[in-house]
Design a protein around this ligand. Structure first.
Ligand code: 13P
Length: 251
């Protein structure tokens, strides 16, 4: 039995006050959502304030990135995993396509960040996904397989217990063009088979694979209906507590 995860990625939106207001509103709207883990990812500067207000609730806090370095060192502008924990995060999103696109992240940096985050006990939401030209040229599975094997390279079965994979086709992010449930299921099944061969069948059966890309209150139920879709990583529709709560309470 895989417990669903519905995570909201707020990206570079909301000041501290707005983040707290949305978090508090959400907390009250999803207080009965025991069927799913509920996670929100505010910007770094809002983590502590949001985490304080969510204490004792069923909403968890994620950071949107972490350093490749696990120890405190000279890396101006970076934030490492134990600092995120210190600020109240228990999850971290790693390798989002926007970081790959705008910050030059590679499967190697993703792998180093995952290892640094695991060292400090964070749960990692590792993002993968092809862009439009890769899908149109028929390379989507090849691209995703490389991202999965590179991002998770060297992880033990114990490490894998703290890994959640998010399949986010780049062409579906912020475009309103969701992958169909069939397209998403096909890739999720493919990822699960890849994990079965790189790790074990048991590991593949237990790893949660989330879908991300234009998830909205009106398409979440169809996506969640598919065998290998274990939750969602939601961008735009997570910014407003009401719409994110409708996604969480999709059943
Ligand atoms: P949208 O839900 O806005 O398409 O964003 C998806 C995403 O990138 C979540 O990480």
């Amino acid at each position: 039995m895989r417990k669903p995860v519905i995570a909201g990625n707020w990206k570079m939106h909301k000041l501290i006050g707005e983040s707290v207001d949305t978090a508090v509103e959400l907390r009250d709207l999803v207080s009965n959502a025991g069927h799913s883990e509920v996670v929100i990812a505010p910007v770094f500067t809002a983590l502590r304030s949001v985490a304080d207000r969510l204490e004792g609730s069923n909403v968890r806090v994620a950071a949107q990135d972490c350093s490749t370095k696990a120890e405190h060192t000279a890396r101006t502008g970076e934030v490492c995993a134990d600092m995120l924990k210190d600020a109240g995060a228990t999850y971290v999103i790693i390798g989002h396509s926007e970081r790959r696109q705008f910050n030059g992240e590679t499967d190697e940096t993703v792998n180093a960040k995952v290892k640094a985050a695991l060292k400090h006990g964070l749960v990692c939401i590792v993002c993968v996904g092809e862009d439009l030209s890769q899908r149109e040229s028929g390379d989507a599975q090849k691209v995703v397989a490389t991202q999965v094997s590179g991002g998770l390279a060297g992880l033990t079965l114990t490490d894998m217990e703290r890994i959640i994979i998010a399949y986010e086709p780049v062409w579906a992010i912020g475009t309103g063009r969701t992958a169909t449930p069939e397209q998403a299921q096909e890739m999720h099944g493919f990822i699960r088979r890849a994990i079965a061969s790189s790790h074990s069948k048991e590991c593949a059966d237990s790893v949660r694979i989330l879908y991300g890309g234009s998830v909205k209150p009106d398409n979440i139920a169809d996506l969640m209906d598919r065998e290998d879709i274990d939750g969602a990583l939601v961008g735009g529709a997570s910014l407003e507590a009401g719409s994110f709560a409708s996604i969480v309470n999709y059943r």
